[in-house]
Write a protein of this length. Structure first.
Length: 274
């Protein structure tokens, strides 16, 4: 059985025919198999398949379609078609692997370590599958982020970038780029935020959003927390929520958020940490 069928994914080469359609299906299946060959990747696919079987109404015909991306640039997107009380559902992943092959428009970008973070084809597909999983669980929200997280553009992109960085850090992922800073480009995450607890310095909202993710998708996040990866803020959150929150309320987070009044108040009382 193919990786796609095993996890209720439907590769649909819409707009392509003949050899082009066959090549598309083959390459998407290949990249899915790369994801399935890692611990974090298999957990994401497993969680997606679970929702397909148990919440089929959250997916189109009980499966998550993957079809060619027709937009510009080295990118891929997910469209969620239905809005419900807890969020959007019925996602469709659009992804074109051929642009990353040798001779493809995006292949040269993969060699630039300063701008390729999270841009390997399996990393990009994994990122979109996180969006798809959120839609498959009926939890996808089109909300914005601000302060220290403003460059993530929104809650769902924060979750997708975070989870993809854990996937990249997963030791079972043999081919990887490096940790991605945010959703504005594919540049490296600053070293001061590259640790599992240190990442919570990104913003006061970092611990809030990770807490939300863990409450909304408890099984998947708990599984991910058990993966021994150098960068795993979800594991840090589950191991010590108070410590994670303390990092999110420290001086670095407050400066990034522009919370000067709160920062000065804490400095005056000595109730502050880095």
């Amino acid at each position: 059985m193919s990786t796609a069928k095993r996890y209720n994914l439907l590769i649909n080469p819409v707009g392509l025919t003949g050899a082009a359609a066959q090549a598309y299906t083959h390459n998407v299946e290949k990249h899915l198999s790369w994801i399935d060959g890692t611990k974090v990747g298999r957990l994401l696919l497993k969680a997606t398949g679970w929702h397909a079987r148990n919440n089929p109404g959250n997916l189109v015909g009980g499966s998550m379609p993957i079809q060619p991306y027709t937009g510009g640039g080295c990118n891929a997107v997910v469209n969620n078609a239905t809005s419900g009380p807890n969020g959007w559902s019925q996602p469709t992943v659009t992804y074109s692997p051929n642009v990353f092959n040798h001779g493809g428009a995006c292949h040269a970008d993969l060699k630039k370590s300063s701008t390729n973070r999270g841009l390997y084809p399996d990393e990009l597909l994994f990122h979109e599958l996180v969006h798809g999983f959120r839609g498959g669980s009926g939890r996808f929200r089109a909300s914005t982020t601000n302060g220290g997280l403003v460059r993530y553009t929104g809650t769902e992109e924060f979750i997708a970038v975070l989870t993809t960085n854990i996937y990249i850090s997963d030791p079972s992922d043999g081919s990887k780029t490096g940790l991605r800073r945010d959703h504005q480009g594919f540049t490296p995450l600053e070293k001061g935020f590259a640790g599992p607890f240190e990442f919570f310095r990104s913003s006061k909202n970092a611990s809030t959003l990770i807490d939300q993710f863990c409450r909304e998708n408890p099984s998947f996040t708990k599984w991910v927390s058990e993966v021994k990866a150098p960068f795993n803020p979800i594991a840090a959150y589950y191991s010590d929520q108070a410590k994670a929150k303390k990092y999110s309320e420290g001086a670095v987070a407050l400066v990034r958020d522009g919370e000067w009044v709160e920062l000065l108040g804490k400095l005056a009382t000595g109730k502050i940490n880095l």
